[in-house]
Design a protein around this ligand. Structure first.
Ligand SMILES: Nc1ncnc2c1ncn2[C@@H]1O[C@H](COP(=O)(O)OP(=O)(O)OP(=O)(O)O)[C@@H](O)[C@H]1O
Ligand SMILES: [Mg+2]
Length: 521
């Protein structure tokens, strides 16, 4: 583009001068006009190619980044995942990845183009004279300095914007999720205010960035105009002194105009540098993680581990925080394959915590737990997930159909399998009576079923998954004695040779166990 503008300027001026001087026929206008045609075609072609290549490259890059990010997340164990709040994770998966996309399109590419243009231009202009080259160099350096200082100036605001955006998400998600509790406790208003505050901070930061964008843009325009004027004066002086011809004067001025264009894209990249750098810093740990196995290892989710898992606790201690009393201390236990164990104890004695440790949701603070002879820490997350069916104390159901709520545990299960699992928890008649049957939709958090029904639907998932180890946290909560006894009997039959550990308050769950382990003695 710069060469085209320069050559065209030179050509027009030269032909005009040749015409004025009456030397029209002697003037060779074939070579320059061919050059102009070539440059014009090349410019269109390269523009098209550039769009094609850079868009393709950045879309590919974005795809690779996203896949790598999910790989990184898939290999994380539950305790590391649990450190993230849902909204924070959402932020990483959406706007941070998008911001990284800028790295290539708005930062690396413009800087490379700038360096290439600067070097070529300066080498070419040195043929005309030191003065002209120095002037262009001044323009380029000035433009670069403007862009870099704009970047430094807005770094904090860019980070503030990202932080406020995240805070807004976290608070809005909390606001919606805990709406009922907030309304009952009278703190709905305060939560709304805090979300609004984040929105205001976000708007302020965005306004500041807009202003910086405007000011730096104006400064660059001013710089370009000043350089143009200075170049004109300089070249006019040279021309008068007879050191350059008229056409070269026009060329120098037009090249200045075009060189200012090479500087402009630097500004966008510099302005977004703060956001991009922050995204890179936040995503780097997740992206690095991908090499540690990744989705390929997750393929193991379909195959159960070769050795039958036997659980062994060696002097396990667990504290929720260093300054808290341990929930468990010096706990040792060996579980043989196929054994059914009831863990009993008062409320708060650590039953749920024990199950969470086996499932890898929390890690012991001392001692170690082995599964199938291997320490839990060495077992890949995907294998551990495949080996364990965990029924947590809180029933987690989704706003989706009954069938999809069940298929969370076994994505490939057919309808017949779903009905069999429902029958095992004595829920088949109930589901059949719902409009739509398996396709009946539950509301938010499983709304539409009673507490005990929801509990049994969650239990049906464990039956469907049929993992070698079943961890059931108070599975019979909300069920009457007769129903509990029937369901418990069905469950043990379905479990076959699987190892079961049940956390319980009542003797009714313990009645099906081979062994009872008391935590509060
Ligand atoms: N996330 C947590 N952070 C801090 N302390 C916790 C946390 N979860 C549980 N605790 C504490 O750890 C102890 C054991 O809790 P746990 O849930 O394992 O008890 P539990 O035996 O399952 O009780 P319940 O029968 O009521 O379900 C309790 O004193 C509890 O207050
Ligand atoms: Mg519990």
């Amino acid at each position: 583009g710069i060469a085209l503008l320069g050559l065209a300027g030179w050509f027009i001026a030269a032909t005009a001068l040749a015409g004025l001087a009456g030397a029209g026929l002697a003037f060779n206008f074939f070579a320059p006009s061919a050059g102009i045609r070539f440059l014009a075609l090349a410019r269109t072609g390269s523009r098209y190619a550039e769009r094609l290549v850079t868009h393709d490259a950045s879309l590919r890059l974005l795809a690779v980044l996203r896949v790598d990010l999910f790989r990184g997340l898939a290999t994380l164990k539950a305790p590391s995942l649990a450190r993230w709040r849902g909204a924070e994770m959402l932020q990483r998966l959406t706007s941070d990845v998008d911001a990284l996309d800028n790295l290539y399109l708005r930062l690396i590419l413009p800087v490379a183009v700038f360096i290439l243009t600067a070097v070529t231009l300066l080498l070419a202009l040195l043929q005309i004279g030191w003065g002209v080259a120095a002037m262009i160099a001044a323009l380029l350096v000035g433009g670069l300095a403007t862009a870099v200082s704009a970047g430094a100036w807005t770094r904090k605001a860019a980070r503030r914007l990202a932080a406020a955006q995240e805070a807004l998400r976290v608070r809005s998600v909390d606001l919606v999720r805990t709406q009922t509790d907030l309304a009952v406790s009278g703190s709905l208003r305060a939560q709304k205010q805090s979300a609004l505050k984040a929105a205001r901070t976000m708007a302020e930061a965005a306004r500041y960035l807009d202003a910086a964008d405007l000011v730096s843009g104006a400064m660059l325009s001013l710089l370009g105009a000043t350089a143009l004027l200075a170049m004109f004066l300089l070249a006019a002086g040279e021309y008068q002194a007879g050191r350059i011809g008229g056409p070269v004067l026009v060329l120098a001025v037009l090249v200045t105009l075009a060189a200012a264009e090479a500087v402009a894209p630097l500004r966008r990249g510099a302005l977004e540098f703060g956001r991009t750098a922050l995204a890179a810093r936040r995503l780097a740990p997740l992206l690095e993680n991908r090499t540690a196995g990744g989705l390929s290892a997750a393929g193991g989710a379909e195959t159960s581990p070769a050795r039958p898992p036997v659980l062994a606790f060696h002097e396990v201690e667990f504290r929720y925080a260093v300054d808290r009393l341990p929930v468990l201390a010096g706990f040792s236990l060996t579980v043989e394959p196929g054994e059914r164990i009831a863990v009993m104890g008062m409320s708060g004695s650590g039953k749920s915590t024990l199950l969470a440790m086996i499932a890898g949701l929390v890690e012991p603070t001392a001692g170690h737990i082995c599964m199938g002879g291997r320490p839990l820490g060495e077992i890949p997350a995907s294998e551990q997930v495949a080996s364990i069916g965990l029924l947590t104390q809180r029933t987690e159901l989704f706003c989706d159909t009954i069938a999809e709520n069940l298929r969370v545990a076994a994505p490939k299960a057919g309808d017949a399998q779903l009905w069999a699992a429902l029958a095992a928890v004595e829920l088949d008649a109930k589901v059949r009576s719902l409009p739509g049957g398996l396709q009946a939709r539950l509301g938010e958090g499983g709304n539409g079923l009673s507490g005990g029904e929801a509990r049994r639907l969650a239990l049906a998932r464990i039956v469907l998954k049929s993992a070698p180890v079943w961890l059931l946290d108070e599975p019979m909560a909300g069920l009457d004695e007769a129903l509990a006894a029937r369901v418990m009997a069905n469950l043990t039959r379905k479990a076959g040779t699987a190892t079961i550990i049940v956390a319980a308050h009542h003797g009714r769950e313990a009645a099906f166990a081979h062994r009872v382990m008391r935590l509060d003695t």
